[in-house]
Write a protein that binds this ligand. Structure first.
Ligand code: ADP
Ligand code: ZN
Length: 781
């Protein structure tokens, strides 16, 4: 039985999968060929672009003492001029090669950008997620670090009195004399610019002296001045340390023990919304900082609010916050700070799992169930899995936290792969909010629009009591379909075949899957009927309705359309905290992490929006979303209540969410998943094939899946193969798509089968078909 937690750590070669990792790069010649081979120092190098390698290169003598796994090198590759940048993954000082190897041309960093543990992690990710190691290196080390963004190379000159004796100086030209005297007096290296300003000369005399060998020079990389290191952190929240509740103390004790034991351990902190999980994280980090260790805290990108940052920045001297709106120079600067060991806590989204802390003591993943921890481009890694792999190789614990843990993590606590810590109650004896379900199938003739009578009344009462409301609707835009009532034509994206969403600002019809955008047609493009209808509800339309219903309330909308500009998030949230906004409506952006005591009402406009997706996680996602947004209320002394509008009030996920019953939901859902061996019971991989021509794409999809079937039969692995078939999004950005879903009780055989089947699978360039392998997919569309 293998699942998310039961994987082979990158540093050990046990288990079938990990030991085969060696084969992956094993290019050793048969022994009889070695006799003739000469001993040379060999480096194995991988590339981020095709061909990805690995290829062997000879290490020139001068580089022998510096080169290490993790070093970047420039090497000759094919006929490319100027060489190609690659990553060294292995060095063998007494290597043997059958034929003469080409030499490494240049070693690019004095110190490798990746330490040995991170190199092992790269190789593990490359193996498990079936991605080229060179690409994984590029993911691990941000491009701003690779290009040393925000720094400059500067040349410093120095004068040695032994070379520049008084006699020699006296024989120089007047300008050169002046330069020499300044440098001799300075007793410290100076740049050409500094010298020429002091002397009042051009840089020419400096260059001449240097050429004569009278000055020595060195090049240094320096940071540009004017770096901003901190941004505004105050969102108006005043907070002090708390006296821990009993369950907080118990959880903390376990975490501290795990940290002190210096052993790998996965802990799941299951704490209801408002139970004070963040306080537990902070205390745990305060403890390990005493041992000179640091921590990584991963949060979903949209939870990286000023509130989250503020809570950590108030409690620690040295925090690095990584976020998507950093400039390359800032990102590089923070990376260097982290690597130097001066940072105690790194907070960031999934890529922060790679933060190069030299003495990492704990990795925390808050809201560990969140989908944003999985990367949706190559390498398609999940930060939780990578965190556990990294922790394994370092012998440190991982702390996962959530009110609605992923079933993978929950299952791990049932099988002994993770330890469960519980915060079953809210802090200060606060009650969980009451949840009322409103059955939207029952049409009340006084209900027009998206808001039911009970919800309307509740909003009115809340505003009357000077409380605040949160309204969740998980669709952005105005209308989600544009349809002709006469001929039935639906305006769709020409590249994706998906219905376009009408956006009222600017009258645009936009594709939410690609960047296609046109002016919304005033009449039907198919039959010219001029009464085209907008159907379906988006946040823009909801905003219009809310403003009309509650004309005296201040309303703000938060979705990715209104949150484009850096800082807009922070602006809305602090206006909400200060009470300037009465009703905050938006997409799932408002469902996460927010802690505002005056929110007395949460309304869910349509709880079913994700329930009927063709995805085995649909129920889980619905439960999580409703529970999380419900958790935004009842956080003050005035209590709170929740109204959930739904067309499926009897659905178990919605029922359980209305009772705040995570455990009940999880146990039932585990039984459902077992029927089909879906994760966490087994492993799943998805293969997506896309191409410009439908028939060719389908043919190649069938060919590839046929190979997988044959490999499975050859290896006698128990793998169920569904497809190839068109996925729900059967066209994307002008390409036809097919996918296949592979299921297996264990991840090792599944990975091995795909790897073997794909090894020599080449698609002729003229077919213009590509495929990707997605291990443990989160997205089925
Ligand atoms: P969660 O992440 O579990 O939903 P938070 O960490 O946001 O909860 O905490 C909810 C609120 O409770 C925060 O305002 C926090 O300051 C407060 N809090 C945390 N621990 C305690 C405590 N022991 N006593 C009183 N208040 C606390
Ligand atoms: Zn499109």
């Amino acid at each position: 039985m293998t699942h998310d937690f039961d994987h082979d750590p990158p540093h050990r070669n046990r288990g079938d999968d990990a030991s085969r990792q060696v084969d992956l790069f094993d290019k050793s010649p048969p022994p009889w060929e070695l006799v003739a081979a000469e001993e040379t120092a060999i480096a194995r190098v991988v590339f981020s672009q095709s061909p990805h390698g690995p290829y062997d290169y000879a290490i020139p003598d001068a580089m022998r003492s510096h080169i290490q796994p993790g070093s970047r090198v420039r090497v000759p590759l094919g006929r490319r001029r100027g060489g190609t940048m690659g990553w060294c993954i292995h060095v063998d000082m007494a290597g043997k090669s059958r034929h003469k190897l080409r030499e490494i041309s240049e070693l690019l960093d004095e110190e490798p950008l990746c330490d040995p543990a991170l190199v092992r992690l790269v190789l593990w990710i490359a193996h498990y997620y079936q991605a080229p190691a060179g690409q994984v290196f590029d993911t691990l080390i941000p491009s701003s670090v690779r290009s040393s963004a925000g720094t400059k190379q500067k040349t410093y000159f120095r004068a040695d009195p032994k070379d520049l004796t008084e006699e020699i100086v006296a024989g120089l030209s007047p300008k050169q004399q002046a330069v020499a005297r300044i440098l001799l007096a300075a007793n410290a290296p100076m740049t050409a610019a500094q010298i020429s300003i002091q002397v009042g000369c051009t840089e020419d005399p400096i260059r001449r002296l240097h050429k004569k060998g009278l000055l020595s020079s060195e090049r240094r990389r320096e940071q540009n001045s004017g770096m901003t290191t901190r941004w505004q952190i105050n969102d108006g929240e005043a907070e002090k340390t708390h006296h821990l509740t009993d369950s907080q103390s118990d959880a903390l004790k376990q975490i501290n023990q795990a940290v002190e034991s210096e052993k790998t351990k996965v802990m799941l902190l299951h704490g209801v919304t408002g139970s004070g999980k963040t306080e537990v994280y902070i205390r745990a980090i305060e403890h390990l900082v005493k041992f000179g260790r640091g921590a990584i805290v991963l949060v979903p990108e949209i939870s990286l609010t000023p509130q989250t940052r503020g809570r950590f920045e108030r409690r620690f001297d040295s925090v690095a916050v990584l976020h998507s709106q950093m400039t390359p120079a800032e990102r590089h600067f923070q990376w260097q700070r982290i690597r130097s060991g001066e940072v105690q806590v790194v907070i960031g989204p999934r890529s922060a799992v790679f933060a190069p802390l030299p003495k990492l003591g704990l990795i925390i993943i808050d809201e560990e169930h969140d989908g944003s921890f999985k990367q949706d481009t190559q390498p398609r890694y999940h930060a939780r899995k990578v965190a556990i792999a990294r922790a394994n190789s370092l012998g440190i614990p991982v702390l996962l936290g959530s009110a609605t843990p992923s079933l993978e993590s929950w299952h791990a606590t049932r099988t002994g792969h993770a330890e469960r810590l519980s915060l079953p109650d809210r802090v200060r004896d606060r009650a969980m909010p009451d949840v009322q379900l409103v059955d939207m199938r029952i049409k009340d003739d006084r209900t027009v629009g998206a808001i039911s009578r009970p919800l309307h009344q509740a909003v009115q009462e809340t505003i009357h009591e000077k409380g605040q409301c949160i309204l969740l609707l998980n669709r952005r835009g105005f209308a989600t379909t544009i349809q002709c009532p006469s001929c039935g034509h639906v305006v769709a994206c020409p590249d994706c075949d998906m219905p376009l969403t009408h956006h009222r600002d600017g009258g645009k019809a936009m594709c939410h899957y690609c960047d296609f955008c046109i002016a919304t047609p005033p009449w039907c493009p198919a039959c010219r009927f001029d009464g085209i209808r907008y159907g379906g509800l988006g946040t823009q339309k909801l905003e219009v309705e809310v403003k009309a219903r509650f004309p005296n309330a201040n309303v703000a909308r938060m979705d990715s359309d209104t949150m484009r500009r850096p800082g807009s998030h922070q602006k809305v949230l602090s206006a909400f905290r200060s009470g300037k906004i009465d009703i905050l409506l938006g997409t799932q952006m408002i469902a996460k992490g927010l802690d505002f005591p005056n929110v007395l009402l949460v309304g869910v406009i349509n709880a079913d929006s994700a329930l009927h997706f063709p995805d085995f996680r649909a129920a889980e996602r619905t439960f999580q979303l409703v529970t999380q947004v419900a958790g935004r209320t009842g956080r003050g002394d005035r209590g709170g209540r929740v109204i959930v509008q739904t067309y499926s009030p009897e659905h178990p996920a919605i029922q359980a969410a209305s009772r705040h019953d995570y455990i009940g939901f999880a146990e039932d859902e585990l039984i459902n998943r077992k029927k089909y061996n879906y994760p966490p019971w087994g492993s799943v991989a998805r293969i997506i094939i896309r191409g410009t021509e439908e028939e060719t794409t389908e043919r190649i999809a069938e060919e590839l899946v046929g190979r997988i079937e044959a490999t499975r039969d050859l290896l006698k692995h128990e793998i169920r193969i569904l497809g190839p078939a068109p996925p729900p999004i059967s066209r994307l950005r002008g390409k036809f798509r097919f996918h296949a879903l592979l299921q297996c009780p264990e991840s090792g055989p599944l990975g091995e089968t795909i790897r073997r089947a794909c090894q020599d699978f080449r698609i002729p360039e003229k077919d213009d078909v590509q495929y990707v392998v997605d291990i443990d997919p989160m997205d089925m569309l």
